[in-house]
Design a protein. Structure first.
Length: 162
């Protein structure tokens, strides 16, 4: 449930939008048990969570706090500095994400063949990865993924809606 009018006004990306973003994910195994020691492994941890249909693992791979901050920055930059509002936004985003997985299911990414083709450092804690995927029918797609480093490792940040 939304606790403030500001948080209520935020629109979560639709499942098709999330699916389009995540089409760049592969079923490649996570290199280590934690999966969060590099930006690439954070993406792979999310990929593996989708393949295994594990909502808790998918949530663990996403930085909802940074996602909430970015959304608030778009809506009202002043709110992006309010820790309590960011926390509320992050909780709402996670709930929305879990509801999408529960009601619409997990993206089917197991047959995609993907590789990272670019990496740019935005800041010391923020990396933009470019991933190219080849579909079973031969079509290709390219996605940019933002990954944030926290004390507990790297996490994927889903982009705010346009």
């Amino acid at each position: 449930m939304h606790r403030t009018a500001v948080v209520t006004a935020m629109v979560r990306p639709t499942f098709p939008a999330i699916l389009c973003l995540l089409l760049g994910l592969t079923a490649a195994p996570v290199v280590n048990a934690g999966g969060f020691d590099t930006p690439e492994n954070a993406v792979r941890a999310l990929e593996l969570a989708y393949v295994q249909k594990n909502a808790d693992a998918a949530v663990a791979a996403i930085d909802f706090v940074e996602e909430g901050r970015q959304m608030l920055q778009k809506i009202n930059p002043t709110l992006a500095n309010d820790g309590e509002i960011i926390k509320q936004a992050a909780e709402d985003l996670e709930l929305s994400f879990r509801n999408e997985l529960r009601t619409k299911g997990f993206p089917d990414i197991g047959k995609l063949k993907c590789s990272f083709v670019g990496k740019a450092q935005i800041s010391p804690e923020l990396i933009k990865l470019t991933e190219q995927c080849v579909f079973p029918h031969g079509g290709k797609s390219v996605q940019e993924l933002i990954v944030m480093k926290r004390d507990f490792g790297w996490r994927v940040t889903l982009p705010p809606p346009p």
